[in-house]
Write a protein that binds this ligand. Structure first.
Ligand SMILES: Nc1ncnc2c1ncn2[C@@H]1O[C@H](COP(=O)(O)OP(=O)(O)O)[C@@H](O)[C@H]1O
Ligand SMILES: [Mg+2]
Length: 311
């Protein structure tokens, strides 16, 4: 069953003098997210990620298309829907003077919790998001990573079936990002929450998501599992060579070589078909008197797919 079924969603922002400046943030986006998935929306800045997430979370209305979330139409049944989903931003902003547990309690009250039930929920979330030592700390005193954990705790206050995370690891140190990602994976595993996240980090999408949609300039030019995407783009395989002399000019023009680049003492040739091109290249290098000191063949990683698509 689908958690989200969106078809041909469009959104244009009007701004500036007489609202004459138009930004086509979404130009016809369709997506289907199965329940229980971790589903990633990946794209460069300004691609339309936050706009799409906000529409799916009933915070913005689309100009065109249809959006059904958890079986509800987002336009006609937004109120019913809001009890079943929630959203956290990687750029959270809460009142600076509130303490961590006060922030969570504030949002709990918005969902009708009070008294002992509210206190219990706050305790649970403080525990779950590893905020116990910080529960009486003022928001303004927290590090970026802790602020994001507060945002995550806040977004779980109504026990959502569907959670939207907008760039959940934005600006975090790598080691903190790893923890946040583990946390996201655990939410799905242990609580069965469907998670839709946006990111512009390829590795994050590859590591966490069952399926990824690339979004660029308000359109989705490619989508699939990480493996499918690599095949879809047909980026070719990479033959990495350690050579003596280190650089060989004609390599970039050799048959079947799509691209040639140097990285850390290796010459990396992206080729159409490694099995066929590797022996050819080795023969040609040998004939040219170049010594091949080391060879590795590998699949392209998604980072390369991303660079290709973001062009
Ligand atoms: N409220 C708004 N008014 C005018 N333009 C907007 C507004 N929100 C977003 N945009 C524009 O819409 C495009 C998509 O923005 P956004 O969805 O925030 O992208 P992303 O989250 O992928 O960085 C951008 O060009 C952005 O400047
Ligand atoms: Mg954004």
């Amino acid at each position: 069953m689908l958690a989200i079924d969106a078809r041909d969603v469009t959104k244009t922002f009007r701004s500036g003098w007489l609202r004459r400046r138009e930004t086509h943030a979404l130009r016809g986006v369709s997506l289907a997210v199965p329940r229980g998935a971790i589903w990633g929306l990946l794209g460069p800045n300004g691609a339309g990620k936050t706009t799409l997430l906000s529409i799916l979370a009933t915070l913005l209305t689309p100009d065109g298309g249809s959006v059904t979330v958890l079986g509800h139409d987002v336009l006609r049944e937004a109120a019913a829907l809001r009890h079943r989903l929630n959203m956290a931003s990687g750029r959270p902003s809460f009142l600076w003077s509130l303490r961590v547990d006060e922030i969570i309690a504030f949002y709990g009250r918005l969902y009708g919790l009070h008294g002992a039930a509210l206190r219990r929920r706050v305790d649970e979330l403080v525990e779950l998001c590893e905020l116990v030592p910080f529960r009486r700390v003022q928001y303004s005193e927290l590090s970026t990573g802790l602020k994001q954990r507060v945002a995550l705790a806040k977004s779980l206050v109504n026990d959502p079936e569907l959670l939207f995370l907008d760039e959940p690891t934005l600006g975090l140190d790598p080691d903190v990002s790893v923890r946040v990602r583990q946390h996201i994976a655990r939410l799905r595993r242990e609580q069965g929450i469907t998670i839709v996240l946006t990111t512009h980090y390829m590795r994050e999408a590859e590591e966490l998501c069952d399926e990824i949609a690339f979004i660029k300039a308000g359109r989705i030019p490619a989508r699939g599992t990480p493996g499918e995407l690599k095949r879809q783009i047909r980026l070719g395989e990479v033959i990495a060579l350690k050579l003596d002399p280190a650089a060989v000019e004609w390599l970039a023009e050799a048959p079947g070589v799509l691209r040639c680049a140097e990285a850390g003492g290796w010459v990396e040739c992206t080729v159409d078909e490694a099995e066929k091109r590797l022996p050819e290249l080795l023969r040609a290098l040998h004939a040219d008197g170049v010594v091949v000191k080391n060879v590795q063949v590998r699949e392209p990683d998604l980072e390369e797919v991303f660079v290709e698509l973001a062009k």
